[in-house]
Write a protein that binds this ligand. Structure first.
Ligand code: G6P
Ligand code: MN
Length: 445
C-alpha cells in the first residue's frame, strides 16, 4: 500500500512515520512518498526517517520528490499536511491581526482567515490533481484551517477527503480520565466545526457521566479545560468546549496576552525549526537526535506558553505528542482493512446538523469502514452554539468564494463577518496588511 505525504518535508512527518512503524498487520503501508516544494526540507526529514527505519525490520520504503503529479500517481492514501507560506506565513498571520487589535492566531479569527485565503487555492489544485491522477485514493487532510480546507477539497473529491484534528480526541480523553473512565470505552457526544465544538455528554456503559463532572467543582477544576474556562463558566454552559473556544469566550484577555508576548507562537516555531533544518545541512549531524531535541524544546515551551497566555494547565505526554498521527493511522486502518471504528472527523454534514446544508463540513463522531466516514446522528446544538457555528461557517463560505473569484471585496467581507473582527474598517485594514506581507494573496484584486 502506497501512502503519499504532501508537506513531506514538514517537522511532524517523523511522528507519522513513527506511527507507521508500529503497524505490523497485514495490509499496512509498505511505501511512503514524501512530496514537498523544498528540496532541503525533504532531505532533512528523509534523513530522520532513515534513522527511525534503521532499527525496524521491513520498515516502509521511503522516497522523496518535488514533482506533485509523480507523488500522487498510484497512491492509495494521500496525507495532505502542507503549510502554505511556511511558519513565517503563520507568524505574519498572527502579527498583522494583533497590530489591528484583533486575535492573531493560527486557525481562529483573522489569522485563520488569512491562512485559509492563502491555502484554499493550493488545496483545490491538489484536489483536482488527485481526482485526475489517483481517483481511488483517500485523502486525509491535516492542513489547517482543517474544516475549511477539507470543505474546499470536498467540492472536487466528495467524501473521499476526510479532515482530521487531534483536539476533540484529546478533550474526550481528558474528560474520561477525570471521570475515572477508560477513554476507549467512552462515547463522546461532540459536535461543531473544527476548533469550534462542544462535548455535551460522555457515555460509559449507557450512562451519561458528564453531569457528574459538571456538578463537581473539584473535578471540574482539575483538568486543562476546567482551568482554562473556569468552573463557573463550564457550569453555566453545561458543556465542555474545545480549548480553541477560549479565543471566543475570553477574547479580550487572549488578544491582550498575545499582544504582550515577545514572540508569537508562529515566530517562535519559525526560528526553532529554521535551526533544525540548518543543522540538517551538515552531513555529519545526527538527524534523529537533532529532531528529538527540537521536539522536546517545542513541547516544553508549549506548556510554558499555554500557562502564560491562556492560563491552561499542564498537558500529559499523550497530548504533547500531538495525536494527529494516531488519528490518521486509525482512520487509514479502518478504511483499508474495513476495521470498523468511531472517530471524530471533519466530513460533509449530510443532514447531521439541520441548520447547515448537506455539503458544509462539520466536526462530528463518525463510523468509519471501508466505505469511508459516516457521520453519526447527534442532538442539535443549543442556540448560542448554533449561532457561532453558523456565523463561522458563513465566514468560511466567503473565504471559499474569495479564493474562487479572486475578489478582494469578498475577502473583506469574510474578515468583516467574523465574530472576532469588530469593524468593517478593521477588516479592510486586515486585507491591506495581509496582502502586503503574503505573496500567496497576490491573486486578490
Ligand atoms: C493543535 C491543533 C492543531 C494546531 C496545533 C498547533 O494540535 O489541533 O490544529 O496546528 O495545535 O500546535 P503548535 O505546536 O504548532 O503551536
Ligand atoms: Mn487541529
Amino acid at each position: 500500500m502506497k501512502l503519499t505525504i504532501l508537506g513531506g518535508g514538514g517537522f511532524r512527518v517523523p511522528l507519522v512515520y513513527g506511527a507507521l512503524l508500529t503497524d505490523r498487520a497485514e495490509g499496512r503501508v509498505t511505501e511512503v512518498v514524501l512530496h514537498d516544494l523544498d528540496d532541503s526540507r525533504l532531505y532533512a526529514v528523509a534523513r530522520v526517517l532513515d534513522e527511525q527505519a534503521a532499527v525496524v525490520p521491513d520498515a516502509p520504503r521511503v522516497t522523496a520528490t518535488t514533482d506533485l503529479d509523480e507523488a500522487l500517481r498510484g497512491a492509495d492514501f494521500v496525507f495532505s499536511a502542507i503549510r502554505v507560506g511556511g511558519l513565517e506565513g503563520r507568524a505574519n498571520d498572527e502579527r498583522v491581526a494583533l497590530a489591528e487589535g484583533v486575535l492573531g492566531q493560527e486557525t481562529v479569527g483573522a489569522g485563520g482567515i488569512a491562512y485559509g485565503l492563502r491555502t484554499v487555492p493550493v488545496a483545490v489544485d491538489i484536489a483536482r490533481r488527485v481526482a485526475r491522477l489517483a481517483p481511488d485514493a483517500w485523502v486525509i487532510n491535516f492542513t489547517n484551517p482543517a474544516g475549511l480546507v477539507t470543505e474546499a477539497m470536498s467540492r472536487h473529491l466528495g467524501d473521499r477527503v476526510i479532515g482530521i484534528c487531534d483536539s476533540p480526541v484529546g478533550l474526550g480523553r481528558r474528560i474520561a480520565r477525570v471521570l475515572g473512565a477508560d477513554p476507549k470505552e467512552a462515547w463522546i457526544d461532540y459536535v461543531g466545526l473544527n476548533h469550534l465544538g462542544w462535548v455535551r455528554g460522555l457515555r460509559v456503559a449507557g450512562r451519561d457521566e458528564l453531569p457528574r463532572l459538571l456538578a463537581d467543582p473539584g473535578l471540574l477544576g482539575s483538568f486543562e479545560e476546567g482551568k482554562l474556562f473556569g468552573v463557573d463558566w463550564l457550569q453555566s454552559l453545561g458543556a465542555i468546549p474545545n480549548e480553541y473556544l477560549h479565543y471566543y469566550y475570553f477574547n479580550r484577555e487572549a488578544v491582550r496576552a498575545y499582544q504582550q508576548v515577545e514572540k508569537t507562537r508562529g515566530a517562535f516555531l519559525a526560528d526553532q525549526q529554521a535551526r533544525f533544518y540548518e543543522e540538517m545541512k551538515r552531513p555529519d549531524a545526527a538527524a534523529l537526535t537533532a529532531w528529538d531535541r527540537t521536539r522536546a524544546e517545542r513541547e516544553a515551551t508549549y506548556m510554558a506558553e499555554n500557562r502564560e497566555t491562556a492560563g491552561a494547565g499542564e498537558r500529559d505526554a499523550d497530548d504533547l505528542s500531538g495525536g494527529y498521527e494516531k488519528v490518521a493511522l486509525a482512520l487509514m486502518r479502518a478504511i483499508a482493512r474495513d476495521e470498523r471504528t468511531t472517530l471524530i472527523l471533519n466530513v460533509r454534514n449530510q443532514g447531521t446538523l439541520a441548520v447547515l446544508d448537506a455539503d458544509a463540513v462539520i466536526e462530528v463522531p463518525c463510523l468509519v469502514d471501508a466505505n469511508g466516514a459516516h457521520p453519526v446522528a447527534v442532538a442539535p446544538l443549543p442556540d448560542h452554539a448554533t449561532g457561532l457555528v453558523c456565523a463561522v461557517k458563513g465566514v468560511e463560505r466567503e473565504v471559499l468564494a474569495a479564493a474562487a473569484s479572486g475578489s478582494r471585496a469578498t475577502a473583506v467581507k469574510a474578515f468583516a463577518l467574523h465574530p472576532l473582527v469588530d469593524s468593517v474598517n478593521v477588516a479592510r485594514k486586515l486585507v491591506e496588511g495581509y496582502t502586503d506581507v503574503h505573496p500567496g494573496l497576490a491573486y486578490l484584486r
